[in-house]
Design a protein around this ligand. Structure first.
Ligand code: S3P
Length: 426
């Protein structure tokens, strides 16, 4: 798909629902007693993979009138899946569901697409095994496909070597089926949607610093969940409006949970203008309307505890840094190598192909911004965030940027290109 420079970004836009929150609403709804009703659910390929896995375990899920309804069967109501569970491209589905499967009284098998089957699962196999689970990588390479023989689980205090909400959530979910409380301490705080949403469903979850603790065997009750717009999707439109001169864009009802809003803090540090309007909070999740005006940006340093709060926004931050004046350093971001693709490597190579002065490092990149960028052929590597990042990079570059396999945006944002067309003036 081809993209070119645009004159201005104008108007108002509603961003699709948050991916992390949508996955969790299905999972926790399935484990609760009664009906869970989800509005603004993200109907993207990843979240549909989660739905398909729970349907295979006997959960009725239907979609009508813009509301997703999950008929929960309680903590002990799942049935042995008919056939292998398929998480598609979704690391969140694979890792979170493994925590649930580890404590079931049945055996299940779990796989995904080629990307998921390359991603490290030893990071969940290790703590689940410590809890007494029988979870095996079928190929013995620490990756999916996985076989899980459900077992009674033991409580542990797990010190995770990585700041990962997927690992933390996996262990906390296994904790629902443990004999004693389960704690997870991570090196920096990752997104806390699991802690917030499980609490609203009736679980006892406490958080202190970088440690979350869950008590076993709660009784969960179905809830109404209103999913805020996904800040990770909004980030592409925020970047577009910042980059293209003369732009002004209003994005409504975006989730601005402080464990997710590092992108906004970095934009501010780079001199970007993003106003927050109508701030409100539901079930612990803050939301706001965001008003973005084009701004001249300058370089910054992105590192440390901030990284987990903007982990999915690093590709689009690298694009912004390439257009910003001066040097941007991104470090402590080695996790990016094990996302849907090796995002460090691909961002460095692809921005360089557009003329950016960019060097990859062990755990990040150094970008000397301000060079004019030109169009290039960019392979998305079937990574939705790479495709979207370069569709935006093209809006301020000379010539044509051709994104190969651009349709992979359906993983997190079906309708991305239509929305982009609506707010950009050619
Ligand atoms: C997610 C956590 C993050 C993020 C992913 C969604 C989640 O992964 O990159 O897109 O919903 O928990 P890690 O926690 O493994 O960094």
């Amino acid at each position: 798909m081809d993209f070119t420079k645009c004159r201005r970004v104008r108007g108002e836009i509603n961003i699709p629902g948050d991916k992390s929150i949508s996955h969790r609403a299905v999972m926790f709804g399935a484990l609760a007693e009664g009906t869970t009703e989800v509005s603004h659910f993200l109907k993207s390929a990843d979240c549909l993979s989660t739905i398909s896995c729970f349907r295979k375990m006997g959960i009725e899920i239907e979609n009508g009138g813009g509301i997703l309804r999950i008929q929960g069967k309680g903590l002990h109501g799942l049935t042995a899946p008919q056939g292998i569970l398929n998480a598609g491209n979704s690391g969140t589905t694979t890792r979170l569901i493994s925590g649930i499967l580890a404590g079931q009284p049945f055996t299940s098998r779990l796989t995904g697409d080629a990307s998921v089957c390359r991603r490290p699962m030893d990071r969940i196999i290790t703590p689940l095994t410590e809890m007494g689970a029988a979870i095996y990588s079928d190929q013995g390479n620490g990756c999916a496909p996985l076989t899980l023989h459900g077992r009674p689980l033991k409580g542990i205090h797990y010190h995770s070597p990585v700041a990962s909400a997927q690992v933390k959530s996996c262990v906390l979910l296994a904790g629902l089926y443990a004999d004693t409380p389960v704690s997870v301490t991570e090196p920096a705080l990752s997104r806390n949607h699991t802690e917030l949403m499980l609490t609203s469903f009736g679980a006892s979850v406490t958080s202190k610093g970088n440690t979350a603790t869950i008590l076993p065997d709660p009784s969960l009750t179905g809830q109404r969940v209103d999913v805020p717009g996904d800040i990770s999707s909004a980030a592409f439109f925020i970047a577009a409006a910042l980059l293209v001169p003369g732009s002004e864009l209003l994005i409504r009802h975006v989730g601005v949970n402080p464990t997710r809003d590092g992108f906004l803090r970095v934009i501010e540090a780079m001199g970007g203008s993003v106003g927050k309007l109508n701030v409100s909070t539901q079930a612990g999740e803050p939301t706001a309307d965001l008003l973005i005006r084009s701004s001249s940006l300058h370089g910054t340093v992105i590192e440390g505890a901030m990284i987990p709060t903007l982990i999915d926004e690093i590709p689009i931050l690298a694009v912004l840094a390439a257009y910003a004046e001066g040097k941007t350093v991104i470090r402590d971001a080695a996790e990016l190598k094990v996302k849907e693709s090796n995002r460090l490597d691909i961002m460095v190579r692809s921005l360089a192909a557009m003329g950016a002065d960019i060097t990859g490092t062990e755990d990040g990149m150094v970008i000397r911004g301000g060079n004019p960028l030109h169009g290039a052929v960019i392979d998305s590597h079937l990574d939705h965030r790479i495709a979207m990042a370069f569709a935006i990079a093209a809006l301020a570059a000379d010539g044509i940027t051709a994104v190969v396999q651009a349709e992979c945006v359906d993983i997190s944002y079906p309708g991305f290109y239509d929305d982009l067309q609506k707010v950009t003036e050619p």
